[in-house]
Design a protein around this ligand. Structure first.
Ligand SMILES: Nc1ncnc2c1ncn2[C@@H]1O[C@H](COP(=O)(O)OP(=O)(O)OP(=O)(O)O)[C@@H](O)[C@H]1O
Length: 602
């Protein structure tokens, strides 16, 4: 409870920081609104007391009481509306400018990508995304609930003093609140229960509307089947929701019925036991007012209950982020230049929930200034090794050392600035070509872009584009569509923006390119590796499952099922006659058969 109190206090402070004027105004309006409500009841009571007093009627006092009641009633009504509208506006704007950036910061600001691959993390992100307003609103709901209780107390006190039998309304109201809350809980529980189905139908909808999957669906002719499945999932969701809403409606109606009965009995007894005309008028008015207060109480209790749906995952994400940041902290700076190299000491890594390690007890030194190739069949752990070197994951056991310093102790942001990478699953940034390349190093001068485009052999692509580097890429925002190979060239150019990284990673850099481009690119990268080695002692790490492309590397690492089974130069590995020699022979034969006996030049 104290953590909730802290969160709510923090939300009020956030409102105050972001919108001080609006926060003060909303607070004032809510307080005036509650005071006006209380005045209505008290003025009515004064009116009735005056009218039913034995002596002569004091016209002046009567007028003041009547005028006070009318004014308070008008204030209560108009200020109530205004306060409600302004609260929604305040909550919305602070949610968007204060809480949403924090949620994005948690998703995008944590070290590595481990969290982005965990269902427990992603489920919570799904629950809070776009719901920043609900976090802020929860604090205001609590304040409003307190104010509603004040209203209830005032109403009950005035009722008790005017017509004691009307206190029967109180248990009637309590039961109504309880039944209504029960119904709301059922609705919320149903929403939680169908959340998985909601995600499933969204995923099916995406499959049926995204070009990449639609192609296959059309060719396979399974569109009708998938549409039927999506409809069936929706039908199930709608049935569950309808049933929950119906049940909640029945409970709530039963509650209101009980309230109406207690009201009738209370009023009847007031009249039967000789209540004055004033008391009856007051009873009728306050009875109606009690109903309004009850509705407000129900609204704020619903808001408070619903906010838990968001508050729970929000707090979980915060705790997770704090724990991650505490663990990583800010470490030491990486060296300016590599002197010895990067050493992997019995490095193992197991994915969250994975049965076997993706990388298993790998020990090797990548010498400074060298070109290192990592080869192996599909799923042998090549990309995982690269991601470990890029600090996207932490080794489950063992250590990676950069010139003797533990990679875990190096400041992650600085380490990333000291490296450069073209990943296998590269990003497709739908912006201008110049920007999509320049993202590789936003501190570099304009001229660096041109050099990077040349380094990636992407000049031909630029020439084909209508506005050259200023051409908008991608079709989502009305730009130019690119082929896979063209997107990959953009990614490679981006990776070439940094000219002297300590680690230059190319994970399957030519997977989407044709053979001549592949050959040209590798030649260029070999030259580039020499330049990098000379300026920073940096290592160029090339991942490939095509053995023929990496024969010029200084060191070749052969992975199998996450284990390093062989390492050495191309010549040494051929002479060794192990897996590398076998697979190289097999691939060369296959390539020769497919290309009329021409092996790619190396
Ligand atoms: N995010 C992940 N979560 C769980 N397991 C994963 C994940 N990524 C990869 N794996 C598993 O780890 C193992 C190594 O995968 P990795 O991507 O490193 O292989 P790879 O050699 O790069 O394969 P490819 O040549 O197909 O790119 C595989 O068994 C794979 O199924």
């Amino acid at each position: 409870m104290t953590t909730y109190l802290r969160l709510w206090t923090e939300m009020f402070r956030l409102c105050w920081r972001k919108r001080p004027g609006m926060t003060a105004l909303v607070l004032l309006l809510q307080l005036v609104n509650t005071a006006a409500f209380a005045v209505v009841g008290l003025a009515l009571k004064a009116l009735v007391d005056e009218m039913s007093s034995g002596g002569g009627v004091d016209v002046a006092a009567l007028t003041v009481a009547a005028f006070g009641a009318a004014l308070a009633f008008a204030l209560d009504w108009t200020i109530g509306e205004l306060a409600a509208v302004l609260t929604v506006h305040l909550v919305d704007s602070v949610g968007l400018t204060g809480v949403e950036p924090e949620i994005l910061g948690i998703c995008a600001g944590l070290d590595g990508i481990d969290h982005l691959e965990r269902a427990e993390f992603l489920d919570r992100v799904t629950a809070v995304r776009g719901q920043g307003w609900a976090v802020v609103e929860s604090a205001w709901s609590v304040l409003l609930s307190v104010l509603v209780v004040v209203r209830l107390l005032v109403t009950v006190a005035v009722l008790a003093s005017a017509a004691v039998w009307l206190l029967l309304l109180v248990p009637g109201a309590a039961v109504q609140l309880w039944l209504d809350a029960r119904g709301k809980r059922r609705v919320i529980a149903t929403e939680v229960a169908v959340a998985g189905d909601v995600r499933l139908q969204r995923a099916l909808f995406r499959l049926l509307t995204e070009p990449a999957s639609v192609k296959e669906i059309q060719v396979a002719g399974v569109g009708d089947e998938l549409r039927a499945r999506q409809r069936a999932v929706w039908d199930g969701i709608v049935r569950a929701r309808t049933s929950a809403w119906m049940t909640a409606g029945i409970w709530s109606s039963a509650g209101w019925l009980l309230f109406a009965v207690s009201y009738t009995v209370g009023l009847g007894l007031t009249v039967a036991r000789g209540g004055s005309a004033g008391a009856v008028v007051l009873a009728v008015t306050l009875g109606a007012q009690l109903r309004t207060v009850l509705e407000s109480a129900l609204r704020s209790s619903t808001a408070a209950a619903e906010s838990r749906r968001v508050l729970e995952p929000f707090r979980w994400l915060r705790r997770y982020a704090a724990e991650q940041r505490r663990r990583h902290g800010s470490g030491q700076a990486p060296p300016e230049k590599l002197r010895d190299g990067i050493t992997l000491d019995r490095v193992s890594f197991r994915y969250h929930g994975g049965v076997a390690p993706a990388v298993h007890e790998v020990s090797v030194t990548l010498p400074a200034g060298s070109v290192v190739a990592v080869v192996g069949e599909y799923g042998s752990g090549k990309t995982t090794l690269v991601k470990l070197l890029a600090k996207m994951y932490e080794p489950t056991s063992g250590a990676i050392r950069v010139d003797g310093a533990d990679l875990g102790d190096l400041d992650t942001a600085q380490w990333r600035l000291a490296m450069s990478a073209a990943f296998q699953d590269f990003g497709r940034y739908e912006t201008t070509l110049a920007e999509a390349v320049g993202l590789g190093d936003i501190t570099a001068p304009e001229t660096a872009r041109q050099a990077a485009i040349e380094a990636a052999d992407a000049n031909g692509l630029v020439d084909q584009l209508p506005d050259g580097p200023g051409t908008l890429l991608g079709t989502r925002f009305g730009g130019r569509g690119l082929s896979e190979g063209q997107w990959q060239k953009v990614a490679l150019a981006r990776a070439c923006m940094r000219t002297s990284p300590l680690l230059f990673v190319l994970d399957e850099p030519t997977a989407s390119l044709d053979a001549p481009s592949e050959h040209l690119i590798f030649q260029r990268y070999m030259r580039r590796a020499g330049e990098i080695a000379a300026t920073s002692g940096g290592i160029t790490l090339i991942v490939s499952h095509r053995f023929s492309t990496v024969a010029d590397a200084d060191l070749i690492l052969v992975l199998e099922d996450g284990r390093l089974i062989e390492s050495g130069s191309h010549q040494e590995l051929l002479e060794h006659g192990g897996t590398y020699a076998d697979l190289y022979g097999l691939q060369a034969t296959a390539y020769a058969l497919g290309n009329e006996g021409t092996l790619p030049a190396m």
